[in-house]
Design a protein around this ligand. Sequence first.
Ligand code: 5AD
Ligand code: SF4
Length: 541
Amino acid sequence: MSDEHHPARPNGRSVYLETFGCQMNVLDSELVRGQLAALGYGFTDDPTSAAVVLYNTCSVREQAENKVLSRIGRIGVWKKRGHKVILGVLGCLAEREGSAMLRKYPQIDLMCGPGELDNLPMLIDNAMKTEAVEVADRVALQGNKTRRWATLAAAEDNLELLDLSRSFDPDRASAGGRSAYVRITRGCNKFCTYCVVPYTRGAEVHRPPDHIVNECKRLADLGVIEITLLGQTVNHYAYTHGPAVTVNGAEAAQVGPGLSAFASRGAKPQAARRVTTFADLLKRIHDEVTAVKRLRFVTSYPRDFGDDILAVMAECRRICRYLHVPAQSGSNRILKLMNRGYSREHYVEFIDRARAALPDVSIAGDIIVGFPTETDADFEMTKDLLRRVRFKNNFIFKYSPRPGTAANARLGDDVPPLVKRRRNRDLLALGALISAEVHAEYVGRVVDVFVQKVSEKTTKRSAPGGGRVQLGWETPPIQMSGRTGGDLITVFDVPASHSCDDLVGRIVPVRITGSGPLILIGEPVVDQAQGAAYPAAMVDS
Ligand code: 5AD
Ligand code: SF4
């Protein structure tokens, strides 16, 4: 039985951990869990019974911060009523706010930035020992120190150790424990003017390729068949062998180069030294970890996506034909103010190049609406870009001014909230039209679907009060949901001969019979010869 069933451990070492924001945070939380579990902490899903409540926070937009702040407020009320609990704020909000947050919210006992998570057990220990420890004993923040040194500080080496000591728990992981994230870089060097990430997560640090490949192998040994490589700008991954070593001569994580290092497409930087590029890394994982049937990566940067990466993707079928490559805007004037380092024409050129190399690639992105000074004409150019690229989907965000960023200091926030809302709505509507067309093209085709879970439709139907009336003995079939290699959400009904447990975490061929703006609808391919619901060949290939 897992620790979930023992919420109030007698030794008071039960932890409630809630995660906000991006995939990088999901992975950080997994590492925190593993690290604390190894030290004898247990976990609960009920914050009221926990001895320690940890919020792993996001600071990318104000809305994400507000969610956490309301949770912190709630714990403050509990504490005033005499409830005993240690409250820890982890992640980007902690890093951005700094220790001043302790004065603003006295209910917070400890703060830990995303670059200092290896120090978390010590902070919790300090908070448990005495009620009035010094601020220095309660706070571990990076304070942007990595920017001052080209070589790595000890802190980042410890962070690498935290990644290396990862204890993957298949019971908690998605798709029946068969899907996992692997970090390849931390931080970001791009400094888009709206973004807090370079400040909260620090300089771009590249992990040694051997560490990454070994982590993938370990995960595959535990049954993982889908790996998503994570980095803020994955295509900028480049590990130069030689200079960064630990005291025992092993390769260490190293600070990545700035944009200037990527001037020529697909050429290896610093020819004199041996470099593992992103293309090399993908190929190595693909060739050396064959049990992984789906290799994906997010997030790509539209600049410097070399032909070498596209060639490896084209050559290796187990690498998903999927790119998440945020354009952010379709207006060159706005892209310049965002400091994105590419033009709309560069972006379109990349998409055309990607489609030429991988005709079935599906493209997703992010768009910010209402960036300072954005006019209707700028916005029209963004709409035009959506039509031109024919994205599978875009995540659309209303501009949110972030303290400490260049856009906030220099440009203000002059697009009225109503205009932002209207543009957001318009773009969602246009995006849905395009997505519906993209999805409709799949009708009649057979696609491989990685089955993740029972679909929300079935879950809602079986929830008390959420059901449709059932007549006689007939129960509606269970609907499963999963994703194609191109990340298109696909649903299908489970045939009577199968249980949903058989299917979660497997890759099954599905014939697409219908579609909408958000999903494909299909039926599993039936092997007529064998009369079985699934062909004998329905293995995880
Ligand atoms: N306001 C709105 N959206 C933002 N993003 C990052 N910073 C901001 C901001 N200040 C969006 C970008 C990025 C995604 C993760 O979040 O589109 O790609
Ligand atoms: Fe933020 Fe730009 Fe880095 Fe993405 S590339 S994390 S938007 S600074």
